[in-house]
Design a protein around this ligand. Structure first.
Ligand SMILES: [Zn+2]
Length: 247
């Protein structure tokens, strides 16, 4: 992906870079930021909003698929500057508040032979991943529809993190899957629908089981935290991920 944000569905915009995505949902003249990307995405967000005749003040809410630092980057800054509320599943609340991550299901060592690892660390480092501000005020959720612009439906998909969720926009045919799946593996560099690697996962078995929830959703466009949008439906993405196996 080029660094330029793009509209990927009516009123749904993809921001970020080739390694990390976040999304903006427009609903009338109000907006929801889905995931906070990396702190260094902020100038891109501000200039993209400007190019569309909008500003940070039009963002009402930041909703998080989970609280890993490459998904919370801009959240605290948008919370204070828009201002906006930040919402996360209750099982990821402490991680969002403290920046302390959960135990992981795999070690990093086996991945260090892949050049993609170094690219990820370099890019994430340059964009401030290690300096992600903790989120000091949060609203938590568990299930149901979120009363924020776009009215996303929560799809609990734990495993990658304890409180991981996807967000479904049924009226737009869009499913934002976070890191329940990816189409670019940031540690191995492999492309195509697959689970995120074990070394980032809280419980890879639980992440595999959560694919059942995504498989059932009817959506023409699947948007993920890492990699290109997927247009062949969640069921096909899940089938390919199962075939791919765990990395
Ligand atoms: Zn993650």
């Amino acid at each position: 992906m080029s660094e330029a944000p793009t509209q990927v569905a009516p009123g749904v915009h993809r921001l970020g870079n080739a390694l990390v995505n976040c999304y903006l949902i427009e609903d009338g003249n109000r907006m929801t930021l889905v995931d906070g990307g990396l702190p260094g995405f902020r100038p891109q967000l501000v200039s993209y909003l400007q190019s569309r005749g909008a500003s940070l003040a039009d963002i009402d809410a930041v909703i998080l698929t989970h609280a890993h630092s490459d998904h919370t980057g801009m959240a605290e800054l948008v919370r204070t500057d828009a201002p906006a509320t930040v919402r996360v599943h209750e099982a990821d609340e402490q991680m969002a508040r403290t920046g302390k991550t959960h135990a992981r299901d795999g070690r990093m060592l086996p991945y260090l032979r892949h050049p993609a690892v170094y690219r990820l660390f370099f890019v994430a480092g340059r964009l401030g991943a290690a300096r992600t501000p903790n989120i000091t005020e949060l609203t938590t959720f568990t299930e149901g529809d979120l009363d924020v612009p776009g009215r996303p439906r929560i799809v609990p998909t734990p495993g990658h993190s304890p409180g991981h969720v996807a967000f479904h926009l049924p009226d737009r045919g869009v499913l934002i899957g976070g890191d329940a799946l990816c189409t670019y593996n940031p540690l191995t560099g492999k492309r195509g629908p697959q689970l995120m690697p074990k070394a980032f996962a809280f419980d890879i078995g639980q992440a595999q089981a959560s694919l059942d929830a995504l498989e059932r959703i009817d959506a023409g466009l699947l948007l993920l935290g890492h990699g290109e949008p997927w247009t062949d439906g969640p069921a096909e993405a899940v089938a390919r991920a199962r075939e791919f196996g765990v990395t």
